[in-house]
Design a protein around this ligand. Sequence first.
Ligand SMILES: Cc1cc2nc3c(=O)[nH]c(=O)nc-3n(C[C@H](O)[C@H](O)[C@H](O)COP(=O)(O)OP(=O)(O)OC[C@H]3O[C@@H](n4cnc5c(N)ncnc54)[C@H](O)[C@@H]3O)c2cc1C
Length: 502
Amino acid sequence: MSKTAIIIGGGIGGLFTGAILSRCGIRSVVLEKNAIIGGGLQCFRRKNRIFETGMHVMGGFEDGGTLRRICKWLGILDSLNIHHIDGDCMDEIRYHRSGETFRIPSGREAFVERISEYFPDEAHGIKEYVDELYRLTEEVPLFYLREQPAGITMHSEKFTWAADRLIAYYVSDPRLRELLAWLNPLYGGVEGHTPAYIHALINVLYINGASRFIDGSQQLADALRRVIEEGGGGVLAGQEVTHIDVADRVAKGVVTATGQRFEGDWYISSVHPLEMLRMVPQGTFLKGFVRRLNEIPDSYSAFSLFISLKPDRLPYIDHTCYYMEDFGEMWTQDRFDPADWPKGFMYMTPPDARQGEYATRLLVHCIMSYDEVKRWETTRVGRRGEDYEVWKQDCVDRIVAKLGNIFPEFSDMIEDIYAASPLTIRDYYNTRNGAIFGYRKDCENLIFSQLPVYTKVGNLLLTGQNINLHGICGVPLTAVNTAEAILGINTIVNQINNAQDS
Ligand SMILES: Cc1cc2nc3c(=O)[nH]c(=O)nc-3n(C[C@H](O)[C@H](O)[C@H](O)COP(=O)(O)OP(=O)(O)OC[C@H]3O[C@@H](n4cnc5c(N)ncnc54)[C@H](O)[C@@H]3O)c2cc1C
């Protein structure tokens, strides 16, 4: 216990990095600005109902799955209450205008078989496409918790293609091309820009099996906090870091808004890199790096509904649902047109501990461009003004009307509705433009949006969704990367693998 890491940001990245380091004997102190820890894992409670904010569907928890193995090694797996979604239909995509519904199963073979039943003329291309997805993931050893090879990693040409180009290479029916991009909202897919490898990682992650937390994702944040505390450290809520003290390219301490100073051997920023830039003295980083951090484009934002349902009205649905108004709009959902927003959305019923036949809550996420709320961007939570409240109510009404296309008399099923806009996301996570997945990865300039965990300040490292990949798989894997930057390459991966073997 001779070394200490100070971690800025108590979201998924900060907590996983802190827990991994704690498990390896490095005391970790995590500083979180919000009153409740967890970032994307945080849940809020209204009238005794729990709502998840940024973690609804997860991959990697099936037998042998990456997340399962990491959590097992951390000693928290048994404390997590996880429900594996119905394998015969993990996702359902409904096209309103044509009246068609596609039910996607989990499992590689089942997936190929079912999609081929829907599009028999494309069966050969579908099989080749899925083989290619799995092959592309083999180019990312960390995805399977394999050792990182020494030296420069070479990638195949298709790895850096645009995701839509990869799909179009294997199948020709425009409806199928679009259907195969149904997970776009889970990685912020943008036509011509989102790299094929990200599409492959997310698709394979979910095709291998999807899960949900029973009674909310806060339990994972709390379990990680316990690991950090057992290692002699702590997770402190209500501690917004305002300054990182840097001299001669060495971080010396951090100061929080409460005036407290924390010192350690290592400093890890698990907040948006632009937020980190605000904390360091001017001149800490080269101008080119600062410009780059400012110029990397953002992923899109979202408008969310958290609906509390009246008892015994809406049956519980054991899969994630995607509603699309029509074909041809899967890649253009972020282009906001007030006349026909929303073009589509994702919705789901989270499970309770004693889940019966009926759901108690419904969550809805609609992709939305930050431009739509720009006119209120100088306002803060609770004080955004009457015109904002009117606009927000109009958004709620539009989504509820479309839910009425799916569930007749849906309005009558509602007990309460709470809504969050891109501004809520921006202010809650401190993420520019309310970008749900942070920086956007772009196949047109991959290196530009790919940040290393190291910085020019020797003992200041980066982690979190902006560095590699977002979400329940990407962020913990980057935490492994960041911890290995301190402990040595492949040390954590080997420990995790050895623990499974023993
Ligand atoms: C609406 C929505 C739905 C999502 N659904 C899913 C899903 O179903 N599955 C999935 O895998 N992913 C999902 N995601 C993505 C996932 O939530 C993120 O990828 C993940 O939370 C990113 O983790 P992180 O640690 O990088 O950032 P966060 O979890 O955002 O953590 C950053 C933390 O830093 C804190 N912070 C910021 N500034 C400071 C400061 N100055 N001092 C101290 N603390 C600070 C923030 O308060 C926050 O707690 C969703 C995201 C959103 C927004």
